[in-house]
Design a protein around this ligand. Structure first.
Ligand SMILES: [Zn+2]
Length: 260
């Protein structure tokens, strides 16, 4: 049992590169009373408690940390392959807060330097404005048509895989309206029976993915050229390359594949 009073887990980032401790052939989040690397002067060391009660200490470094026999830095996305789900989710939460801290240094109303008041709240000492982390909400939608599903390749995908239609929620819009609009804009199709599937924090840099299942309701595929390079309905036995396991999109596709 770890004594959380003195044995913190240290989440140390340089940009999206997370410092991990090497243990034989595995990697883990460094633990201990003190940081595993020296902190530079004036740096804010954040104390962040996760939903499961894990106490995390966290800070950003201004330069990469050189690999040693004990430590190595690995991209947050890639850390999914090495960390437990709990630690990967904690790393994402920490990264969102560090990103928020660095991108919110001055009051957006009057320009005064902000003061950190609570783990996720800063306050302007001049005008009193309070600043919290902003989460960008995006939808994902699995569109079913008979025994096939709609997969697209977006031009901004990092790779050749195909995935679900996705897009950012706009102001004044419900999630279901967002689903219908994104499918229509990107593929020209109409959908019906829009139902919630699940959600996933998406800390790249600070998002929330909300997944929906929908059924094809009409129309022919007309791709939005500047966003998508391909889009088609695929049956289970003719699926193209799929996204990696860490994504909600893949979880939804795997769920659909398992349906008869
Ligand atoms: Zn202000």
């Amino acid at each position: 049992m770890i004594n959380t009073e003195t044995n913190y887990r240290w989440f140390i980032f340089y940009q999206d590169q997370l410092l991990l401790e090497k243990n034989d052939n595995a990697f883990s989040i460094p633990t201990g009373k003190n940081a595993p690397v020296t902190t530079s002067e004036g740096i804010t060391v954040h104390t962040i408690t996760t939903a499961t009660g894990m106490v995390c200490k966290a800070f950003y470094t201004d330069s990469p940390i050189a690999e040693t026999p004990e430590y190595v830095q690995i991209g947050l996305r890639a850390s999914y392959d090495y960390l437990s789900p709990e630690h990967y989710q904690a790393a994402g939460k920490v990264h969102e807060i560090l990103y928020w801290d660095r991108s919110n240094r001055f009051c957006p109303t009057c320009g005064t330097p902000l003061v950190q008041k609570e783990p996720i709240m800063k306050k302007c000492p001049n005008c009193g404005r309070e600043i919290y982390p902003v989460i960008s909400t995006a939808i994902l939608v699995l569109v079913r048509k008979e025994d096939s599903l709609l997969l697209v390749h977006a031009r901004n995908f990092k790779g050749t895989f195909n995935s679900l239609v996705a897009g950012f929620l706009e102001t004044g819009e419900t999630l279901e309206e967002c689903v219908a609009r994104e499918v229509k804009e990107e593929t020209g199709l109409d959908v019906k029976n829009i139902r919630y599937f699940g959600s996933q924090p998406w800390p790249y840099p600070s998002g929330l993915m909300v997944g929906f299942i929908a059924d094809y309701a009409g129309g022919d595929i007309h791709l939005q050229d500047d966003e998508l390079s391909s889009g088609n309905f695929y049956t289970r036995d003719h699926l193209p390359e799929l996204p990696r396991k860490l994504s909600l999109a893949r979880k939804m596709i795997d769920w659909w594949i398992a349906q008869q």
